[in-house]
Design a protein around this ligand. Structure first.
Ligand code: SF4
Length: 385
């Protein structure tokens, strides 16, 4: 391994605190990250059995927590939602669930490009995150030393050739764990393809490791604008002054900011917690976009929430929060069959042209569905797409 600290040749030429490059060329990290039970016990009071469990689990699913994130944990509360998301538990040794619950391997057209939908695809730009979330649905490779950078050029060639692709989602791992000039390189290459109209970046760095975002990351966003930034955030405790500050910086750099949340048992499966999370996100300029039903992830099934509970939470939110703070509650169908919304049936019945709809207060109203049949206006747009 070699420590970053001075200018080197090629892409990697930027000083980045606490970043190492392993023998494969993958970016990994050292302090301020906590990476084993001994480190954890410097912050939390752990008995010997829990320490053994943490080390046993980390041999299968590695442990990494930024010092910042452990700093927002309630150290005396074993049920703290920050702790639940970051500290391994012996339940992870259960072997139920799937290592690739969304069957991403079968949809991979290059080793780092997943093409499931028409028009868009997911580019896995790295395999490193600031924190290894205990419920991660990509734990089959995140933090395990795989180096997606080796396949960047192959994927860029595929995107350049793929005639129906106009939207790219940069994911990983976490794209903001790349060095700023690496991220900028990818954004510039994508921007140079005229057909690519939309670029999204999925990230958890502003939530778990805000100090990992540097001036040059914001410059890369500004220089390749507009960039959609989708922030993975699960609990209102994660909205701290440091997080709010980084959101402000993204907005100043021209980023368009949305959030995604995973519904997690024992972390956020409560309407009041999610109301607070989604409203506070809107207050700082983030539009809640998706609430995900939990994927069937190997070793993380203890986080699974019943769908009925999710539907009840969404009914509560529809009644109590502004539409701006209301995400889409969606399922990613196992096996990679795509995302579909999970909805309470507000449309109760239909009689002739009358539709009976239940309002948020439980009262039913009637809509008369007697519009005339739609017909083509022969504008020709369908022949262009
Ligand atoms: S940030 Fe995302 S990809 Fe990384 S460990 Fe967490 S859930 Fe997985």
């Amino acid at each position: 391994m070699r420590q970053h600290g001075q200018r080197t040749e090629g892409l990697i030429s930027w000083h980045f605190r606490n970043v190492m490059i392993n023998a494969e060329g993958a970016t990994t990290a050292t302090l301020p990250f906590i990476q084993n039970a001994e480190h954890v016990s410097r912050y939390l009071d752990l008995d010997e059995q829990i320490k053994k469990d943490i080390d046993a689990v980390s041999r299968h699913h590695p442990l990494k927590i930024p010092e910042y994130y452990i700093g927002i944990m309630d150290k005396d509360n074993p049920l703290c939602p920050i702790r639940k998301q970051s500290i391994p538990s012996s339940e992870e040794l259960m072997n139920n669930g799937d290592l690739d619950p969304l069957n991403e391997k079968d949809y991979s057209v290059t080793p780092t490009f997943i093409k499931k939908y028409r028009g868009r695809g997911v580019f896995l730009v790295n395999a490193e995150c600031a924190m290894y979330c205990r419920f991660c649905n990509r734990r089959r490779f995140v933090g395990k030393g795989w180096n997606p950078k080796k396949y960047w050029e192959e994927t860029l060639r595929y995107i350049k050739k793929g005639e129906d692709i106009h939207e790219i989602i940069l994911s990983g791992g976490d794209p903001f764990m790349l060095l700023p000039n690496e991220l900028n390189y990818l954004l510039e290459r994508l921007r140079a393809i005229e057909r690519i109209k939309t670029i999204r970046i999925s990230t958890r760095v502003p939530v778990v490791f805000p100090e990992g975002l540097y001036e040059d990351h914001f410059t890369a966003i500004r220089d390749n604008s507009p960039i959609w930034i989708i922030i993975h955030i699960n609990h209102p405790k994660e909205i701290t002054p440091a997080f709010v500050e980084k959101i402000k910086r993204f907005r100043e750099a021209g980023g368009i900011i949305l959030s995604q949340t995973v519904l997690l048992r024992g972390v956020n499966d409560c309407p009041y917690i999610l109301q607070k999370l989604f409203e506070n996100l809107v207050y700082c300029g983030v539009k809640p976009y998706y609430l995900f039903q939990f994927d069937e992830v190997r070793g993380a099934m203890h986080f699974k929430v019943r769908v009925q509970k999710g539907i009840e939470i969404m009914r509560f939110l529809r009644k109590n929060v502004s539409g701006l703070a209301l995400p889409h509650y969606v399922f990613d169908i196992p096996g990679g069959l795509g995302k579909v919304p999970v909805n309470y049936r507000y449309m109760k019945k239909r009689k002739a042209d009358k539709i009976y709809l239940e309002g948020f207060s439980g009262t039913t109203g009637v809509y008369c569905d007697d519009g005339k049949e739609s017909r083509c206006i022969e504008c020709g747009l369908c022949k262009e797409t």
